[in-house]
Design a protein around this ligand. Structure first.
Ligand code: ARG
Length: 499
């Protein structure tokens, strides 16, 4: 029978691999990139609309001029939406392409007024801010959805005990819920960074013109309203010189996000390694090999780690582009578009992919528990317990446990006999009950000793989960509020009719 699958591998899997994951991993190998100014087209149309309405309201152009401009922009917007408008490279960039579209339709007396009181310099700065704030919102939504999925996953695993590692070596017992909540806490800080970035980006540079203002009586507050910005970015020179900054700011957010996601990726690789076997990545999210028919590889995790590195490189280039440039417009900044768009394009889907991985993840609770009972991972907790009950210093008990572990090697867990031997050898004339030692060998009992704020005791995890859930709710409210603000501005701008 002829196979339906598009890639050479996959017959060994019971489930069809997720297309979204295959495409994410294949990336630029097989996908081409849109031109930077093609991405900016819808934003440039909005900028043009707002600027033209403002020129009309300020009586700089008449309604006979405004009406065809708005009509032409609507038509252009539809062509762009239907994929029927191609940028003409001879017209250099999106700004000239849009202006000539109107001029070719309605003549230079109409189209030629659109550039009154502005320059391509403030126009592109404005377009980019519109593009970047959308990118912030998309990132925030992806992070929020991933974090909510993680939180739901953690809720299921408050009692799932497992080893915690330092130096990749078993360290202390923890829970999978505690581990997963650490991801959510990091993502909450990323969300704070995205929001701060959004606020800095959402200021209006339009009206800066070439960098030094204009002699026309423009109203920058009006374009601020029409474009959904929070406020005017006042000094016109800074509006132009700071063009790299918003790009670098978002790139920096992405580098932090991607660093967080690459730690998650590495955890998934390690914990799902067949030799470790504590989790298993679902067949839908693995990728196969073109030579080894049995392979189930976590390519998505490797790709996420390299994309983190890609983002770091992009940030470094962005920082370099406007370093030591003379105040004013420099064409150097044109490249900031390519760098930030590349970072966004490469990394935007990473939280979405990880969300799918966690939604389908198989957690091997029994193996996790079994591994928590090996390797003397309760040693610190036992030392703490002895210090409290025998009123000894921590260091004395640490030394006692070091000996106890040495004498318990053949049992594989702390033995009562070994502990008594260590106590005796160290000249402590005390008796620890055998039942106490067996309780201390129960990973669940041990974990529930760590009750303080932020620690993994299953009895206190609900507090942590609630706190994280409340933090996510504030970010959700932020996204909702700004989305409404942007939609309203878009509506007002698009429904404007001259009287
Ligand atoms: N394509 C240009 C850019 O992105 C637009 C601004 C051009 N301005 C100029 N003065 N040459 O930077």
């Amino acid at each position: 029978m002829k196979s339906e699958k598009k890639q050479v591998w996959g017959s060994h899997l019971t489930h069809t691999p997720a297309e979204q994951n295959i495409l994410f991993c294949a990336g630029r190998d097989v996908k081409s990139l849109p031109m930077a100014d093609e991405v900016l087209l819808p934003y440039d149309i909005w900028t043009n609309r707002a600027h033209s309405i403002m020129l009309y309201q300020q009586k700089i152009i008449s309604d006979e001029t405004l009406v065809p401009i708005l009509q032409g922009l609507t038509e252009l917007e539809e062509l762009v939406r239907d994929g029927k408008f191609a940028l003409n490279p001879e017209k250099e960039d999106v700004h000239i392409n849009v202006e000539s579209f109107i001029t070719e339709k309605y003549g230079v007396a109409v189209g030629g007024t659109m550039h009154t009181g502005r320059s391509r310099n403030d126009q592109v700065a404005c377009d980019m801010r519109l593009y970047l704030r959308d990118a912030c919102l998309i990132l925030a939504k992806h992070l929020l959805e991933f974090a909510s999925c993680l939180l739901a996953h953690a809720r299921e695993h408050q009692k799932t005990v497992m080893p915690g590692f330092t130096h990749y070596q078993p360290g202390m017992i923890t829970s999978w819920a505690h581990w997963v909540c650490s991801y959510v806490q990091g993502i909450c800080r990323d969300l704070e960074r995205v929001e701060m970035t959004f606020r800095q980006i959402n200021r209006n540079p339009l009206g800066a013109a070439a960098a030094f203002g204009t002699s026309w009586n423009i109203d920058r507050e009006m374009t601020t309203q029409l474009l959904g910005f929070d406020q005017v970015e006042t000094n016109t020179l800074d509006c132009i010189v700071s063009r790299w900054e918003n790009e670098a700011q978002l790139a920096q957010v992405y580098t932090f996000v991607m660093n967080h996601l690459s730690v998650i990726a590495q955890d998934l690789i390690f914990l799902s390694l067949p030799y470790v076997g504590m989790i298993q990545i679902d067949e839908k999210m693995v990728t196969g090999s073109s030579i080894m028919p049995q392979k189930k590889n976590p390519d998505f995790a490797e790709v996420i780690k390299s994309k983190a590195s890609f983002a770091h490189g992009g940030l470094m280039s962005l920082l370099g582009i406007q370093k030591g440039g003379l105040s004013g417009y420099n064409r150097d900044t044109q490249l900031t578009k390519y760098l930030i768009m590349d970072i966004i394009r490469e990394c935007e889907q990473a939280p979405v992919i990880l969300k799918s991985v966690f939604e389908t993840l198989h957690v091997h609770i029994d193996i996790m528990k079994q591994r928590s009972q090996e390797g003397f991972m309760n040693a610190v907790d036992v030392a703490d317990y002895l210090a409290r009950t025998l009123h000894l210093s921590f260091r004395e008990c640490y030394n006692l446990l070091a000996l106890t572990v040495k004498y318990s090697q053949h049992e594989g867990q702390i033995s009562h006999i070994a502990l008594q031997k260590a106590l005796k050898e160290s000249n402590y004339d005390v008796e620890v009950l055998p039942e106490m030692v067996s309780s201390l060998n129960d990973p669940y009992f041990v974990l529930n000793q760590r009750m303080h704020q932020g620690a993994p005791a299953p009895d206190t995890m609900p507090v942590q989960l609630e706190e994280l859930s409340a933090r996510l709710a504030t970010h959700e409210a932020f996204i909702e509020q700004v989305e409404k603000q942007l939609q309203q501005a878009y509506q007002t701008c698009h429904s404007f009719q001259p009287n």
